[in-house]
Design a protein around this ligand. Structure first.
Ligand code: G4P
Length: 529
């Protein structure tokens, strides 16, 4: 096999999704420890002080002590080259979080065992499900009091409409957590709170019918309970089916405790065996094979002004096929021009490193002189392809924004349009009103602050923002005439910059009302571009 093909075959590119505090950072750190990419826990999301030593990004970022920019973490483990795409969460949750999922080949969903599915898990899951990528579940914090594991599994199946396949099964939780039963190898891994952080676990091979030995290890009561539960699982749970896993219809579930490093390595090994190398991607009617030999990539994110001194703008590309070589000439499809991608860099936990080559599965950041838009295709000039665009996702926070100084009208309009075009905010208009009354929509409230900051610093415009009580926006599918719709007085008809019609609502109740009162009306919470 050619060298480039070998490189691609060993790549695994995935995102970790979770609700804040479920343990995404802790799990990421433990995975990086195995790959030798970091030497100590705490290096990924270092506390404010040490992060600022390496970060010279937006003032806003410093002020808030948060990371607006997602990065990729690459490490090697047992011959695999692993790319973890960081999905911004917490206050920096934004549309970029969704877009990053467009660049992943699979997702790991971290769930807090005491809480189960939480709002952000729901949102992120939906985007993964829309793409049909494999979803692996890590149920975390078994060293604390947890909900009944059957309950948790049931919730995943019912709420998400997927099958689950527990790869292991917890033995107790919290103070009485004894470990997990590995269903494939029929052995138990014993949890020993004293072994926090150790890399290799003491694996006790144990036939589940060897009651005497089991009693000695986990106690008679726990043994009885485990045997019953395993019997129930074997009889009643879904069969393992790799095709379904790969189609995102069956989620392998792992129980563990990221903080104490329990169950992380078996998870990693199993996950790497099940997940795939970079998948073919659709470009119109063509399915582009990552091994086709020609370079192709698409822009999944644009980050402006990361370094104030240089006023730079980075476009993040996900490589879909072939090999990227620094200095080579490529074709930017949307502009119809040949380009050299300058300063190609990989972002490793907030540090930038220039890369000379990269392969399908990798993501790179390149200097953007203002030519790229989200979803653009860059490829070898021999390929005539255009990757499918990245959908626009429904914002959840809305505000009207106007310039304080009316003399600054021109700069205001320019700034708003440019920032919207980059995908940092979405703008909507009341039909016929144009830029006179513009409504800004964002997925995460921090995007408002970024907008205000950038309008002031890059365009010299101070703005006044008034938050609106709308929470939901839906694109109107098909040919429905919005003017003739029967909607509540607090529902508003607006248009996006492409002139597509949408409705904004203050509650879910209003959405249901509109659907009920207007037979034939079809609404979507994302829009294919
Ligand atoms: P996130 O990135 O998903 O937001 O979560 P993060 O890893 O930051 O974890 C959130 C909190 O949960 C942290 O505690 C972390 O130590 C804890 N945690 C993560 N995994 C486990 C686990 O398996 N067991 C237990 N018991 N706790 C876990 P914190 O006190 O909020 O932060 P820190 O002071 O420890 O950094």
């Amino acid at each position: 096999m050619e060298n480039y093909a070998k490189e691609i075959e060993r790549r695994r590119t995935f995102a970790i999704i979770s609700h804040p505090d479920a343990g995404k950072t802790t799990l990421t750190e433990k995975l990086l420890l195995y790959g030798g990419a970091i030497l100590q826990a705490g290096a990924v999301k270092g506390k404010a002080a040490d992060r600022h030593a390496v970060s010279d990004w937006m003032e806003l970022e410093k002020k808030r002590g948060i990371s607006i920019t997602s990065s990729v973490m690459q490490f090697h483990y047992e011959g695999y080259c692993i790319n973890i795409l960081d999905t911004p969460g917490h206050q920096d949750f934004s549309e970029d979080t969704y877009r990053t999922l467009m660049a992943a080949d699979s997702a790991v969903m971290v769930i807090d065992a005491a809480k189960g599915i939480e709002p952000q898990t729901r949102k992120l899951f939906r985007v993964c499900a829309m793409r049909g990528i494999p979803i692996f579940t890590f149920i975390n914090k078994l060293d604390r009091e947890a909900r009944d594991p059957f309950d948790l599994i049931d919730e995943l199946e019912k709420e998400f409409g997927i099958g689950t396949y527990p790869m292991n099964w917890p033995i107790g939780c919290g103070q009485s957590f004894r470990g997990v039963f590995d269903r494939k190898d029929r052995r138990i891994l014993v949890f020993n709170a004293k072994n926090r952080g150790q890399t290799k676990l003491e694996a006790i091979e144990c036939d589940i019918t060897d009651t005497e030995r089991l009693d000695g290890i986990i106690g008679e009561d726990r043994r009885r309970e485990l045997c019953e539960q395993v019997e129930l699982l074997d009889a009643a749970s879904f069969d393992f089916d790799m095709e379904k896993v790969r189609a995102g219809k069956l989620s392998p579930v792992f129980f563990g405790s990221a903080l104490t490093n329990f169950g992380v390595e078996p998870f990693l090994e199993s996950f790497l065996r099940m997940t795939t190398p970079p998948l073919p991607r659709k470009a119109g009617d063509v399915l582009v094979d990552p091994l086709c030999g020609e370079f192709s990539a698409f822009v999944f994110k644009i980050q402006a002004n990361m370094n104030k001194a240089h006023r730079d703008r980075l476009a993040f590309l996900r490589i879909c096929s072939g090999k990227f070589e620094r200095g080579a000439e490529y074709f930017h499809v949307q502009e119809g021009k040949s380009i050299k991608l300058s300063q190609p860099q990989q972002l490793m936990a907030q540090e930038r490193e220039i890369v000379d080559e990269a392969y399908a599965g990798d993501t790179i950041g390149v200097f953007d002189p203002g030519i790229f838009s989200i979803g653009d295709t860059v490829c070898s000039s021999k390929m005539k392809i255009t990757y499918e665009g990245i959908p626009t996702f429904a914002p959840e926070h809305f505000a009207t924004v106007e310039q304080v100084d009316t003399m600054k009208r021109k700069q205001f309009v320019k700034g708003m349009n440019q920032i919207a075009q980059e995908g940092a905010i979405q703008i909507f208009f009341e039909p016929g009103a144009g830029m006179e009354r513009v409504i800004v929509g964002v997925v995460g409230v921090l995007q408002f602050e970024v907008l205000e900051y950038r309008l002031k610093n890059e365009y010299g415009v101070d703005v006044r923002r008034s938050n609106l009580s709308y929470q939901y926006i839906r694109w109107i599918d098909g040919e429905t005439n919005p003017a003739s719709l029967n909607i509540t007085s607090d529902t508003k008809w607006v248009q996006d910059f492409r002139g597509r019609n949408l409705l904004i609502f203050t509650s879910e109740w209003n959405i249901r009302w509109a659907l009920e009162k207007n037979p034939g009306l079809s609404l979507s919470d994302f829009s294919r571009n």
